[in-house]
Structure formats: C-alpha cells, structure tokens
Design a protein around this ligand. Structure first.
Ligand code: PAF
Length: 279
C-alpha cells in the first residue's frame, strides 16, 4: 500500500489503471469506514482511500481544529482492509488558492435537515468530493448510508453533472448496543457513550409509529424530540422523509408502504450525533 500526498504522484501511480474505486474519508477511521474499503476491494480494481479534513464543510464554531488527525493509525487500518493507495493531501495541495469555484447543490435537497443546521455544509462536501473525484478519476466511489443526506446529495451531483463515477452506497456499521459508528463517538464521555444508543432507539420508535399512518407526522416527530429532550439530549431534528427526495411523505404514502427513512441529529453534551433508519 502506498501513501501519497500530492496530486502529481497520485496521477503517476494510477496511470494506466482501470476500474479504480475511491473511498473518500476525513480520517480518524473506524470499522464503518473499513467496511466501505472492503466493499470497494471486493469490486476488484485498485482501491484509493482519501483522507482529508475538508475545511469548506465546517462552520466557524464546529470541530475543524480538534477533528482528530490520525494518519499513521488510519494507514495501518486501511492496509488491513485491502486499500492499495492512501491519498492524504495537505490543505496547500488541495486548496493552493482560495476555492472560489464551488458546487451548489439544490436548496430543496441541501438546505433541509443537516443543511438547515449546518448552512453551506453540502456545498463544502460537493466541492471537495468533485475535486477528489477529478483527481482520482475512479469508476466508482463508495459513501456510507450513515450520512444519508450526503449520499443523496452526491448521487444527485453525479447524475446531474454526468460524472463518469458511479456512486455506491455502503451500509452503516453499528456497535452491539445499536450506536452507529462515527468518528465523533470518540468525543463522548463514559456516561454519554452509555446513553448514545437512545438515538437509534428513538428512530426505531418513530419509524414504527410513522408507518401506522394514523397520527400526523409533525406530532410524532415532536413527540420523538420531546422524549430525547427528557433524557438530556438537544435534538436538532427527528424527521420522517421519502427516501427518493427527502421530502415529507403524504399520509397515503405512509400507509401504502412507500420507501421511507427516519433521520435524526441531536447533541449529547458537546457532541452532535446523526443517524438514520430506512423503513
Ligand atoms: O463523509 C465524510 O467523511 C466527508 O463528508 C467526505 C465525503 C469525505 C467529504 O469531505
């Protein structure tokens, strides 16, 4: 496995290679990322994992500065998961001048849910992902369902900009108690870590009540938020949406068994967690 820091060296290493799969990450890897890398390796071609903490997708008060940079450990984990190349550029390599050209995803998809609470987040994500895909030029790129709205936004970008890269979804990996694995779980104290699976449980409860179709969704969502608040959480949203466009489903769609997803973001102490459940 090679560790490469510059675009020129990466292009040289990939010259003449076909069927590359890219797994973009911000590092501080866990079993969820490694499952995406194994999924990429199973596709047969070379696997390039990128590690870059992308300033463009953080708001000024967010955790850009304290986001853990753990390249040596990440590289060992990636080697074990079947990665061929780690591309870990520094900021000067990826953003040698201020990134003035940006990809603006549609507000209807990108300014809701996460986008409402993290304005500009998906512009930052799309811009860096498009840039990384231009650099790696992979046949496929794998993104986790854990970041469900991100996956939808990137699928739309690939489709509408006719990218030659196919977006592949990878399943969320969970701890035994149901907590979705996330780099930010490392911020949780012991008591918070014990409480954290309540987010996944809240989504399961909301999904079950929503499928029933007898009560209005806003009331169920408010109830789910209140239940978490009573346990000491500060929820940003718990919401049931259509999987296709992340818009609220009609009552008839709920009853007819349309493909839905429940999505949540909530703070536990100083840590903001997100999760989702397809149903
Ligand atoms: O999901 C992430 O880790 C990031 O948003 C991504 C896709 C690597 C872009 O920085």
């Amino acid at each position: 496995m090679q560790i490469i820091h510059t675009i020129a060296e990466l292009r040289a290493a990939l010259a003449g290679q076909h069927g590359t799969t890219c797994v973009p990450t911000m590092g501080n890897l866990h079993e969820g990322h490694l499952a995406l890398v194994r999924q990429a390796a199973a596709l047969g071609g070379p696997v390039v994992a990128t590690i870059f903490v992308n300033r463009l997708q953080f708001l000024p008060h967010e955790d850009f500065d304290r986001y853990p940079r753990t390249l040596a450990r990440d590289a060992e984990l990636l080697r074990g998961a079947g990665c061929d190349i780690v591309f870990a550029p520094d900021e000067a390599e990826l953003y040698p001048e201020p990134q003035a050209y940006k990809v603006a995803p549609p507000a209807a998809l990108a300014d809701i849910l996460e986008g409402e609470f993290r304005p500009g987040f998906f512009t930052g994500v799309c811009t860096v992902v498009l840039k990384l895909l231009q650099i790696v030029q992979p046949a496929q790129a794998v993104f986790g369902r854990k970041d469900y709205q991100q996956l939808k936004v990137l699928e739309g970008m690939a489709r509408q900009l006719a990218l030659p890269t196919r977006v592949v979804a990878g399943d969320t990996v969970r701890a035994a108690d149901g907590l979705a694995l996330s780099s930010r779980n490392g911020y949780l104290g012991e008591a918070e870590r014990a409480e954290a699976p309540a987010l996944a449980h809240a989504l399961a409860t909301l999904a079950a009540a929503a499928r029933d179709g007898s009560q209005p969704l806003p009331a169920l969502e408010a109830e789910a938020c209140a239940a978490l608040r009573a346990r000491g959480w500060a929820p940003d949203y718990l919401s049931v949406r259509r999987r296709s466009d992340l818009l609220p489903p009609g009552d008839d769609e709920r009853r007819a068994g349309a493909p839905l997803v429940a999505l949540a973001a909530a703070r536990l102490g100083a840590t903001r967690l997100i999760d989702n459940l397809e149903f």
